[in-house]
Design a protein around this ligand. Sequence first.
Ligand SMILES: C[S@@+](CC[C@H](N)C(=O)[O-])C[C@H]1O[C@@H](n2cnc3c(N)ncnc32)[C@H](O)[C@@H]1O
Length: 293
Amino acid sequence: MHSKPAKETTSVKVILEWAKEKLLGVQIESPILEARLLLGFALGIPQERFYGSEDKVLTKSQADNYTKIIERRCKREPVSRIIGTRGFWNLTLKINLSSLDPRPDSEILVDSILRNFPDKAANLKFIDFGTGTGCLLLSALNEFPNSSGVGVDISKECITLAKENAALNGLSQRALFIESDWGREVTDKFDVIIANPPYIQSGTISTLDPEVKDFDPHIALNGGQDGLSCYRKLAPQFVETLKKGGLVFLEIGYNQRESVSKIMEHSGLKCLYVNQDLGNRDRCLILAHRHQY
Ligand SMILES: C[S@@+](CC[C@H](N)C(=O)[O-])C[C@H]1O[C@@H](n2cnc3c(N)ncnc32)[C@H](O)[C@@H]1O
């Protein structure tokens, strides 16, 4: 039962029921919601439109297309990757296989910047180390209309994607994206440093959910044997590129507060606060030059 939905006469109701069962079978947590979202994507209409249209009959090609999409999700490809976009802060961003799928938990970095720089009219210079889709830098620039920034990434494909996302959100004039091994190509100093480096221990990547280990690029996840290797490389670069009076907003793994603070303090930074993510776990360190405090 439920293995072949794509008949000439498949209705919205029948195909949604089929999809729900398929998704349940691979332990997807919200099968009904995802079945509806993906049908909306397949048909090019918002999923709310299905209410009251459950008897609408799909064409064979619509049903075939949806079947393929559900099969992708059953292989645990994330919905955002199937759809090709992700909502982050108040932007819609394209994602692809070269980029991390931005996480809602990372939004705490943007929130923390806003709390520490309440004047949105300020003219700040931002840098985002490991920009990926550009999500953090672009969200910040969208909040500070007189500011500009640089996003760096070692992945050429990410740089192309981040530029595309800047253009999609009308931010190209204020966002520069550079292919660089961390700060190697960076000479300026900045008021605000943002970074969400890879911080998963190499040995635990294979134990992560398939949505992560099979679809996020490992270069975006792999923080070396103890998960801290990128923090060690970045710490002296933060000191070098942070303006006097500036702040660093650094994402960490939920259990890395002490270890990362130590690395940063060893390089001459001071951890001022730690902010928590949506699940109340430590997620964002806020750092400044130690000699200022
Ligand atoms: C955890 S992802 C964060 C992406 C994005 N900032 C976000 O929050 O969704 C880390 C990013 O760092 C980049 N990266 C890894 N090693 C790097 C290096 N040596 N220099 C610059 N970027 C690097 C990866 O390509 C990836 O885009």
